[in-house]
Design a protein around this ligand. Structure first.
Ligand code: NAP
Length: 241
C-alpha cells in the first residue's frame, strides 16, 4: 500500500533533468533535430508525397511527429495518414507496427506522454509493481499505451472509458490513477482513495480559458500521496520525452 503521507507531494517536471522546459516546442525540437518542418496535407501535397518524404533516406530526418491536424480531404483519415508514416521514424509510436511492438513488450518507440508518466513515477520512486492502476480514457495516443506500459511495469491495470459502469467503484480502488479524459473536474475527491498517486494527463481549458486538467486539484490534492498539477506536470514530460 502506498503510504498516506501528508504533506502530499506534487509531482512536477523532475529537477534532475537538464532540459529547459520553458523553451517553446519548436526551439526544444531544434535542440535534438537538425530540421523540423511541418508537412501539411493538401491536394497538391498528398499522402503519397508524405509517405515518400517520410521514408526518405536522409539521416537529418530522425523522426516524424503527427499533429493530428489533417487536410479536409475525406481520404486523409487518421488511419491512412498514420499508415503513411515510415515505421522506423514513427517517434510518437502511432504506426500499427510500432503499436504492436509496444503491446508485445518489445517497443521500438514509446509514445511520449505515457512514457513520460512512467519516467515521472520512476523519478519519484513510485513502482507500479503489485499496484492497482486505473487509467481513465482509452485513446490510442494516451489511454491504451498507458495501460500497456503500466501492465509491462507489473501493475494490475483497469482501463476505463465513457461506457464503463460503476466508475467510482473502480477509481476508488486505484493506487495509481491516471486520467486522460479531457473534461475539467471530472475526477472528484470522492473518486480517489486516500493516499493514491494521481496523474492528470489532460489539458483542458476552463470557462475562463485557463489551462486545467481532469482532476479537481483543490479537492483531490489533500487525499493524494502524490499528484501532478496542470500545467506543469505531465505536459512538460511529454515534450521532454
Ligand atoms: P480522447 O481521444 O478524446 O479520449 C478521451 C477518452 O476519455 C475516451 O477514451 C473516452 O471514452 C474517455 N471518456 C470520456 N468521458 C469519460 C468519462 N466520463 N469517464 C471515463 N472515460 C471517459 O482524448 P486524448 O487524446 O486521449 O486526450 C485526453 C486528454 O489528455 C485531453 O485533455 C488532451 O488534451 C490531453 N493530452 C495531454 C497530453 C499531455 O502531454 N499532457 C498529451 C495528449 C493528450 P470513449 O472511448 O468511450 O469515448
Amino acid at each position: 500500500r502506498i503510504p498516506v503521507s501528508p504533506p502530499f507531494r506534487r509531482m512536477t517536471y523532475p529537477s534532475s533533468r537538464s532540459d529547459d522546459m520553458s523553451m517553446p516546442k519548436r526551439s526544444a525540437s531544434s535542440e535534438v533535430a537538425r530540421k523540423m518542418s511541418p508537412f501539411t496535407l493538401s491536394p497538391r501535397r498528398s499522402r503519397s508525397h508524405f509517405a515518400e518524404d517520410s521514408a526518405e533516406d536522409d539521416t537529418a530526418w530522425i523522426g516524424l511527429a503527427f499533429s493530428g491536424e489533417r487536410c479536409a480531404h475525406p481520404a486523409n483519415t487518421e488511419a491512412a495518414v498514420i499508415a503513411a508514416i515510415a515505421p522506423e521514424k514513427d517517434v510518437d509510436c502511432f504506426h500499427p507496427y510500432n503499436v504492436g511492438r509496444l503491446n508485445i513488450g518489445d517497443p521500438v518507440f514509446q509514445p511520449c506522454t505515457p512514457a513520460g508518466v512512467l519516467e515521472m513515477l520512476q523519478e519519484y520512486g513510485i513502482s507500479p509493481v503489485g499496484k492497482r492502476c486505473v487509467v481513465l480514457g482509452r485513446s490510442n495516443i494516451v489511454g491504451k499505451p498507458m495501460a500497456a506500459l503500466l501492465t509491462q511495469a507489473d501493475g494490475t491495470v483497469t482501463l476505463c472509458h465513457s461506457k464503463t459502469p460503476d466508475l467510482v467503484d473502480i477509481t476508488r480502488q486505484a493506487d495509481i490513477l491516471v486520467s486522460a479524459v479531457g473534461k475539467g473536474n471530472c475526477v472528484t475527491a470522492s473518486m480517489v482513495k486516500d493516499g493514491a498517486v494521481v496523474i492528470d494527463v489532460a489539458m483542458n481549458r476552463n470557462e475562463a480559458g485557463k489551462l486545467c486538467g481532469d482532476v479537481d486539484l483543490a479537492a483531490v490534492e489533500p487525499k493524494a500521496s502524490y499528484i501532478t498539477p496542470v500545467p506543469g506536470g505531465v505536459g512538460p514530460m511529454t515534450r521532454a520525452m
